[in-house]
Write a protein that binds this ligand. Structure first.
Ligand code: PGA
Length: 284
């Protein structure tokens, strides 16, 4: 998929939040905003616009993805049907089926309407013991099922303070994308999420984030060449809000965001997407 558009790409990871009613309402608001026509465009949205979402420039140049808990996938799929909003799972297991109680497979996520799946989120790594090797197996299983894996990598505070950030990123990248062909890598999205910035209100500065993003793109260039590096989508995650979306988006290697807390609020999430789009349209 050389030449894949690089952005902006904004994904909302709802984590273990929202019942079905709340999920439906939030997904409808996001779908309405993502499909909203610009004031001068003649096309109209097929999605009924719920109240409470401010009008603004259309988001049609922005890839918008919602990542609800498994229990809400069907509800959210129905709520965004007919819109441009994509759907993702928060995790998957690498086997397609079998006696794996509690797990969900790539083909099951496809069946539920997903085109994306998170792999190796830091909460999976820290709370549920996922290793770099498991992350690689999951990313491969996602590709095999026709899903785009959003592979999450990032250092913990002790690694940053100890000057080991880029080394840790190299390890996670090498093991997470182990054995991947150039074509495989061109279907992957990478999310750089410094663990110390997730849910803490402490965001990496644009310069701190760009240093790591440029490093990741450089590693992809070394291993897979210029074209693949040029179309690699590299998201930033960690306390992203509308107010920091624009300055982060101005950095040349930041292609969008993986948003946690702020994605639970339609206006906040849409605001992040609009600010990313504003930076993109101004050209970096
Ligand atoms: P946060 O989460 O935006 O709440 O920091 C980001 C993430 O975990 O992906």
């Amino acid at each position: 998929m050389a030449g894949r558009s690089r952005g902006p790409f904004v994904a909302g990871n709802w984590k273990m939040n929202l019942g079905l009613g709340e999920a439906r309402a939030l997904a409808r608001k996001v779908a309405a905003a993502a499909s909203e026509a610009s004031p001068d465009a003649s096309k109209t949205s097929a999605i009924e616009k719920p109240s409470g979402v401010e009008a603004g420039p259309e988001l049609s140049d922005c890839t918008v993805v919602l990542i609800p808990p498994f229990t809400a996938l069907g509800t959210v799929a129905a709520a965004v049907a007919g819109s441009a909003v994509g759907l993702g799972g928060q995790d998957l297991f690498w086997e397609d089926q079998g006696a794996y109680t509690g797990e969900v497979s790539g083909p099951m996520l496809r069946d539920a309407g997903c085109a994306y799946v998170l792999v190796g989120h830091s909460e999976r790594r820290q709370l549920f013991g996922e290793t770099d090797e498991m992350v690689g197996r999951k990313a491969r299983a996602a590709l095999k099922a026709g899903l785009t894996p959003i592979v999450c990598i990032g250092e913990v505070l002790a690694e940053r303070d100890g000057g080991r950030t880029l080394g840790r990123i190299d390890d996670q990248l090498a093991r997470g994308l182990d054995g991947f062909s150039k074509e495989d890598v061109e279907r992957v999205v990478i999310a750089y999420e410094p663990v110390w910035a997730i849910g803490t209100g402490r965001t990496a500065s644009p310069a701190q984030a760009e240093e790591v993003h440029a490093h990741i793109r450089g590693r992809i260039r070394e291993s897979y060449g210029n074209d693949t590096a040029g179309c690699a989508i590299i998201l930033y995650g960690g306390s992203v809000k509308p107010a920091n979306s624009y300055p982060l988006s101005k950095e040349k290697d930041i292609d969008g965001f993986l948003v946690g807390g702020a994605s639970l609020d339609a206006d906040g999430f849409i605001g992040i997407a609009r600010e990313a789009l504003r930076a993109y349209r101004e050209e970096k």
